[in-house]
Design a protein around this ligand. Structure first.
Ligand SMILES: *Cc1c(COP(=O)(O)O)cnc(C)c1O
Length: 223
């Protein structure tokens, strides 16, 4: 099942998005067993993303095949220490205080942490992230913090079947990304797209998608 899903995904996915950029798939592994994650990696998944620090820690040494480890979930500042130096890319930098603390801890450990700024593109109360109309302020406040490298932005589209609305929001996110990228040569990732909307996101210019259900099937939160 997982093997088939991965194979099907890669056979259907365009190699590049509309902007000619390579698309990276990050497997969203929340609630999945180590065994299933290892199966996905064996089938060709190169990058995996955790939402929960506890799951990340529990499974860290049990994942085989050395996939790149992303962190994609809400992060409490007091848990940064468990991820520090073990995370390829932090997708969910959604507030200044988190960036500031990650910067401090990275300085102390003498490493550079690579981050994406998370935007609340649908303006939803239930989702974290910077407001889209404050993107310049958010970027400017974080860009000079030491030991951090901003490499792009992350966004989650709202749940809706309205493809026109989704496309409009995805394109708006790409415009913000492009504007910041013009000023910052480290920008290379627009992390946008989940199982239900990744095709639209790629069409709008996403180059990194985070997929759970399309790889592992429907999640079982009781496991
Ligand atoms: C769970 C999750 C995903 C993947 O969701 P699916 O709809 O199962 O593909 C992507 N990004 C984040 C931040 C997630 O928490």
């Amino acid at each position: 099942m997982i093997e088939e899903n991965v194979k099907k995904l890669f056979s259907q996915l365009p190699e590049k998005n509309a902007f000619g950029e390579k698309i990276t798939v990050v497997a969203a592994v929340k609630t999945q067993t180590t065994e299933d994650i290892n199966r996905a990696v064996k089938a060709g998944i190169t990058d995996i993303g955790d939402n929960h620090v506890q799951e990340f820690r529990d499974k860290y040494d049990l994942i085989e095949g050395s996939p790149k480890r992303h962190f994609i979930g809400h992060l409490q500042t007091n848990k940064i220490k468990y991820l520090l130096g073990r995370t390829e890319l932090y997708h969910s930098i959604d507030r200044f205080s988190l960036a500031e603390e990650l910067s401090k801890k990275s300085v102390a450990k003498e490493i550079t942490s690579r981050i994406l700024l998370q935007f609340n593109i649908g303006n939803e109360e239930t989702k974290g992230g910077f407001e889209t109309d404050e993107y310049k302020t958010a970027y400017n406040s974080i860009k000079n913090l030491p030991a951090l490298q901003i490499e792009g932005i992350m966004a989650m589209l709202p749940y809706t079947d309205d493809k026109v609305v989704l496309m409009r929001l995805a394109q708006k996110t790409r415009r913000i990304y492009d504007e910041l990228r013009e000023k910052d040569e480290n920008f290379k990732y627009l992390s946008m797209g989940m199982s239900g909307d990744y095709e639209i996101c790629i069409e709008a210019g996403s180059n990194m998608i985070r997929l759970g259900t399309s790889i592992f099937g429907a999640r079982n939160y009781k496991k």
